[in-house]
Structures are given as C-alpha cells and as structure tokens.
Design a protein around this ligand. Structure first.
Ligand SMILES: *[C@@H]1O[C@H](CO)[C@@H](O)[C@H](O)[C@H]1NC(C)=O
Ligand SMILES: *[C@@H]1O[C@H](CO)[C@@H](O)[C@H](O)[C@H]1NC(C)=O
Ligand SMILES: *[C@@H]1O[C@H](CO)[C@@H](O)[C@H](O)[C@H]1NC(C)=O
Ligand SMILES: *[C@@H]1O[C@H](CO)[C@@H](O)[C@H](O)[C@H]1NC(C)=O
Ligand SMILES: *[C@H]1O[C@@H](CO)[C@H](O)[C@@H](O)[C@@H]1NC(C)=O
Length: 343
C-alpha cells in the first residue's frame, strides 16, 4: 500500500511541474488590514451527495463571520476531499459538489481560496487539485508547495506584507492513512529526496522573507493535544526554523479540533481542523509544552463541545489576532495580539 501510494505520488509530481498554475505570487488588497478564514478538514464525503452534513452546517456561520469581519481570502488547510482525494482529473465532479456548490453564498463566492493537500488528498490525485486552479477563479493551488505574499496598505505611505509559505506536510512526514492505526506515529516521507528538496526550499523561503508577518501553512500541526498529537518531524525540523527566522507562526489542521498554542518562544500555532466535524479526543494534551495551550475545543471525555468550526486571522499595522468560531458563528476565543516581525 505504501509503495503503491509512493509511486502514485512520484508520477503525480512529474505531472504537476507542467500543470503548475500561472498565478501571481503577490496578491494586493487595497485595505488597511487583511482578514483570512482558516478552514481545515472540510472535504465532504466520497458518496452522493458529496457534501457532508457537518460541512454544510458551517456555511451559514462562515457566511455571517466573513461578512462581519470583511474577510478577503480563505486558507484551505487540507483534507479537501474525503476520504481518498480526487479519483480522476481536474474535471472531477467533486470540485463542484464538495467545493463550488457548498461555499456558494455570495460572500463566500467573492473571495479567493488558497489550498494545500492533506493526508486524505494524497490517497488520490493531488495533481488534479493543482490543475483545477486553471478551471476555477476561486481555487488557487499553484503546486504541492508554494509561496504567496499578501500585501495591504495601512496608510497611503506604507504597505505591509504577510508571507505565507504553503507546505506539503504529508510529503515531509508521511501519510497517516497508510498506518494501521491512523493516530499512530507517521511513517516518514513518501519520497526522501523530494522531502529534502522541500525542506531546502522551506528554509530558504523563511530565511529570505522580509515580510511583516511570516507563516508556514500545512495540513499537519507542529503541536496538537488531540488524537493525532504533535507531528514529531515538524517539532524536530520546522519549529527550530520558525524560531531561527523569526516567523510569526505555523497554521494547520488535521486534528478535528480547534486549538491555539503559544509557547512564548515567538511562533504561535493556530490549528483549525473542524471544517467538517468536531471533536477528536484530547488524548495528547500532555504532549504539548506546559502552559502553551491557550485555547482548545476538543472532546475531554464529556462529548464534543461543537459540531464544527473555523478561525479568522486578522493582520493590521500593529498586530495579528486569531479568532475562533463555532459553526453557528458563536465566537469561542480571541488570541492575544502578535506583533509584526522586526527586521
Ligand atoms: C448552493 O448550491 C446548492 C446545491 O446546488 C443549492 O441548493 C443552493 O441553492 C446554492 N445556494 C446559493 C446561495 O446559490
Ligand atoms: C491526475 O490529474 C492530472 C492533472 O489533471 C491528469 O493529467 C492525470 O491524468 C490524472 N491522473 C489520473 C490517474 O487520473
Ligand atoms: C502599495 O502597493 C500597491 C500595489 O502594488 C501600489 O500601487 C502602491 O503604490 C504601494 N504603496 C506604497 C506606499 O508603496
Ligand atoms: C452555537 O454553538 C455553540 C457551540 O456549539 C452553542 O453553545 C450555542 O448554544 C449555539 N448557539 C445557537 C444560537 O445555536
Ligand atoms: C489593529 O489596529 C489597532 C490600532 O488601530 C487596533 O486597536 C486593533 O484593534 C487592530 N487589530 C485588529 C486585529 O484589527
């Protein structure tokens, strides 16, 4: 199984080079702040009607909050198509049935979505998801890993930049769906050379960024206290880079929970993995550094506190703040402000 999926991934990589969307790497918002939806683990189901009850339940809340905060974009943090990704090519009906026709209120149709793949996506054709960028004006997925600079204007004299380094954590750490116990230890990179190529690119991208706010965004978290827990290879290799280069944080999904983790070392770790259902158990709570878990919506044995949810990240001239919402738009938490980088 491991071998089959590796070969599929390598063949897909060759396709993706030629299929990479010609999308601008700098996106300008003529506004004094930028608000982005963080939505993970939203991907419907692979049988008719292809959308899922919990996924559909978040749409009115997303619509209300996007309207209220004037969100200008969304980050889709992986597991876009349950439960085994896209089975054919970029014309697959799932793109319409699980994405276009679900997030179809007028405000949700008006914003761009920046996409990365999760473990479930890697069981199918990720190249098809990348190629779909050429068919949809809303769907932006340039390559397995890519960088975007989001620029805004706090004043007429000054622009500020949010760099987001979109990374493919499944290529780096392996696929949890290849395990007998999906909550077990990840098997390691799908292809070791391809992983090292990505690591070099991540390091160079972080090192070279002069942005005011700098994030990596990937499906797997660095820290999490829910069923999947921390991702060891990201704790070992990504976290030191984020600290070394003064990154603002790592945005993730994967665990079907909402979490906000801040060790006080610089980078913060917002996790938004409840786009379809919530909540996994808090079985790995003790693996997160003591005192770092500032907010968590999870199942502590008394049941799931919410059915689904999402987060909003808002950056302006002086700070970036993370707000968390239940599917019905009830605000659950607002983080402390995080300052821009100094460089
Ligand atoms: C969204 O798509 C669904 C499924 O086709 C449809 O039932 C619904 O009316 C659409 N909503 C809007 C606001 O267009
Ligand atoms: C995967 O998607 C790519 C891009 O759309 C396509 O060229 C390729 O044929 C697809 N592979 C399969 C097995 O459908
Ligand atoms: C900010 O960026 C926009 C878009 O590129 C540009 O038109 C504007 O002149 C820039 N403003 C400043 C102060 O650099
Ligand atoms: C919204 O969801 C929250 C969390 O599930 C719940 O506590 C609250 O009662 C809900 N509010 C409404 C108006 O349904
Ligand atoms: C950023 O700007 C400052 C100063 O105007 C406000 O006080 C903050 O509320 C605002 N923060 C956010 C997240 O919008």
């Amino acid at each position: 199984m491991q071998r089959v999926s590796s070969l599929f991934a390598i063949a897909a990589a060759l396709v993706s080079v030629s299929a990479a969307a010609q999308d601008s790497d700098v996106v300008y918002f003529n506004s004094d702040s930028v608000s982005a939806v963080l939505l993970g683990d939203w991907g419907g189901q692979d049988a008719a009607p292809y959308a899922e009850v919990g996924q559909l339940a978040t749409v009115p809340g997303l619509t209300a909050v996007v309207t209220q905060v004037n969100a200008q974009l969304a980050l889709l943090l992986g597991d876009n198509f349950y439960s085994s990704g896209i089975h054919s090519d970029e014309h697959d009906a799932r793109f319409v049935e699980t994405f276009e026709q679900v997030y179809n209120s007028s405000v949700l149709e008006a914003i761009p979505y920046y996409v990365i793949a999760g473990n479930h996506d890697h069981k199918g054709n990720v190249s098809a998801q990348i190629a779909y960028s050429q068919l949809s004006s809303r769907w932006h997925f340039d390559d397995y890993y890519y960088k975007k600079s989001f620029v805004f204007s706090p004043s007429s004299e000054r622009n500020m930049t949010i760099d987001i380094i979109f990374i493919d954590t499944v290529l780096l750490a392996g696929n949890s769906d290849d395990l007998e116990d999906k909550f077990g230890t990840l098997p390691g990179p799908i292809d070791a050379d391809w992983a090292e190529t990505q690591w070099s690119w991540i390091q160079a991208s972080l090192r070279d960024s002069t942005a005011d706010y700098l994030f990596t965004a990937g499906h797997y978290p660095v820290w999490s206290g829910c069923s999947h827990g921390p991702t060891d290879i990201l704790v070992d290799r990504l976290k030191p880079m984020l600290e070394q280069y003064g990154a603002t944080g790592h945005l993730s999904g994967h665990d079907h929970c909402l979490e906000y983790i801040d060790e006080g070392l610089g980078p913060v770790y917002p996790l938004s993995g409840a786009g379809d259902n919530c909540c996994y158990d808090n079985t790995n709570a003790d693996k997160v550094p003591e005192g770092a878990m500032k907010f968590a919506i999870w199942n502590d044995g008394t049941g799931s506190p919410i059915e689904g949810g999402f987060a909003i990240m808002t950056a302006n001239a002086t700070e970036v703040v993370f707000e968390y919402f239940a599917a019905n738009a009830t605000r659950l938490f607002t983080s402390n402000p995080v300052k821009p980088r100094t460089h």
